[in-house]
Design a protein around this ligand. Structure first.
Ligand SMILES: Cc1cc2nc3c(=O)[nH]c(=O)nc-3n(C[C@H](O)[C@H](O)[C@H](O)COP(=O)(O)O)c2cc1C
Length: 186
């Protein structure tokens, strides 16, 4: 798939149908993730792929009320890292930046594989950390909800979420987030 088509196709959809996610598919996604850049090539990203239906049910109990739709996930990637895994240059800590870039590789690879991969922050941090058996020193940054697009709108979606499903949420115009040659107050 052409890059421009791929980034157009990637959406954080919420109406999901079941799809079998195999260990081979997870490794295919990981093969894209590992090519992501990182400070000193530290590769600070860590992912737990939850594919076991019982374990998925446990993780579903940690979702925020607005993320009911995510209970249709066929897999969930839990994205975590810790400060010490990556560059700390005075006050600048890079682990979240580099793990975020690697997560984008996951989202795009999953999209190329015909899957929906939707990152979420809406979950109970402590409960998810415990369900995943993550030690306290690890930062659980996001969950990526993985499934297949359903043409039937998920009944749990709010009216706003339903309206957002077929149309990509609006983006800032480039003039709102780029400057040439130095910052100027707008
Ligand atoms: C860090 C992060 C947290 C997010 N948390 C949620 C969430 O809890 N629930 C949800 O439905 N979508 C969540 N999203 C998805 C965004 O709402 C979505 O990416 C945004 O509206 C743009 O839509 P698009 O990805 O389809 O282009 C999150 C996205 C990111 C990157």
């Amino acid at each position: 798939m052409e890059f421009t088509d791929l980034i157009q196709k990637r959406r954080s959809l919420r109406s999901l149908a079941p799809v079998k996610i195999t260990r081979e598919m997870v490794l295919e996604m990981a093969s894209a993730v590992r090519l992501s850049p990182s400070c000193f090539n530290n590769q600070p990203w860590r992912f737990i792929f939850v594919i076991d239906p019982k374990k998925l049910q446990e993780l579903f109990t940690t979702l925020s009320p607005g993320n009911e739709w995510a209970k249709k996930a066929s897999a969930i990637a839990a994205i975590f890292s810790k400060k010490e895994f990556d560059c700390v240059i005075k006050e600048r800590e890079f682990f979240q930046f580099d793990t975020g870039m690697a997560t984008t590789f996951l989202l795009l690879k999953a999209t190329e594989m015909g899957l929906v991969a939707h990152p979420i922050a809406g979950f109970n941090y402590q409960a998810a950390q415990s369900a995943l058996r993550l030690p306290a020193e690890m930062s659980l940054i996001a969950l990526v909800i993985i499934g297949r697009k359903s043409e039937i709108l998920d009944a749990s979606l709010s009216e706003k979420q339903k309206a957002m499903e077929p149309v990509r949420p609006e983006r800032l115009a480039p003039e709102k987030f780029i400057w040439f040659d130095g910052y100027e107050e707008t």
